[in-house]
Ligand binder design. Structure first.
Ligand code: KIV
Ligand code: NA
Length: 265
């Protein structure tokens, strides 16, 4: 199969083909996930929770993200690799963001992801204009968990919903190719997806109308011991292998049957 590129992601969005994304932190899973049909591998800073056993993503460092990106990049041939800029590695200035994004790209990332809306638009534009593709992340942004007062659904009030839509439009205008929307009402995920013209939305608890879906690998395999969010589905239940579970995830994302109503807000 041909490698997934930025061009291919744009074609998928235009053709209405759902983008299947999962988090990935090592080489063996990278090879397995892409063999099972996953389009995009996210080296997420959720590795702080699921690999390191931390209570949040806040302690994750650039060194950790570089190491796991190198591991994933060695295992991936076809899938597109996106890496999270960790907490406080990009908020200081566009220059700081570029320096750290460059280290992740050198480690094998093909795109970087950062959290935040309008406030990060200038930084997104700075990276994109210098050749670094960007994925935004709005809604529940785990690096801001203490500011948000916990892991809660975002965009419930009319005012908050309007702000999230404006965040999405600002990130698209700044050149973000992908946009993760985490824990938002299904109707808002649908509205944002419809109002953007180029950026592809990737939902995690934001409904099936998004242009793609993402889950944390350990959640969709049911091996994370922590609390399970409403949007999580264990795809290993009733199946014999990890690869079959991942194939089922890809199939349900492509068909638009995951997420189902019970996974939505
Ligand atoms: O770090 C991560 O796993 C993420 C996804 C939940 C989108 O940012
Ligand atoms: Na993340």
């Amino acid at each position: 199969d041909k490698p997934v590129t930025l061009t291919r992601l744009a074609e998928m969005r235009a053709a209405g083909e759902k983008i299947a994304m999962l988090t990935c932190y090592d080489a063996s899973f990278a090879t397995l996930l892409e063999r099972a049909g996953v389009d995009v591998l996210l080296v997420g800073d959720s590795l702080g929770n699921v690999v390191q056993g931390q209570k949040s993503t806040l302690p994750v460092t650039m060194a950790h993200m570089v190491y796991h990106t190198e591991c994933v990049a060695r295992g991936a041939r076809r899938a597109f690799v996106v890496t999270d800029l960790p907490f406080a590695s990009y908020q200081e200035s566009p220059q700081q963001a570029l320096r750290n994004a460059a280290a992740l790209m050198a480690a094998g990332a093909q795109m970087v992801k950062l959290e935040g809306g309008q406030v990060m638009a200038e930084t997104v534009r700075f990276l994109v204009e210098r050749g670094i593709p960007v994925c935004g992340h709005i809604g529940l942004t785990p690096q801001a968990v203490h500011q948000l007062g916990g892991y809660r659904v975002q965009g419930r009030s009319e005012e908050d919903a309007r702000r999230l839509l404006e965040d999405a439009l600002a990130l698209e205008e700044a050149g973000a190719t992908l946009l993760v929307i985490e824990m938002a009402p299904r109707t808002l995920g649908a509205e944002i997806s419809a109002k953007l013209s180029r950026t592809a939305t990737i939902g995690i608890g934001a409904g099936p109308e998004c242009h793609g879906q993402v889950l944390v690998l350990h959640d969709m395999l049911g091996i994370y011991p922590g609390r399970k969010a409403r949007f999580v589905k264990n795809f290993l239940t009733g199946r014999d292998s990890v690869e079959e579970a991942v194939r089922a995830y890809v199939r349900e994302v492509k068909e638009g049957t995951f997420p189902a109503p019970e996974h939505c807000y």
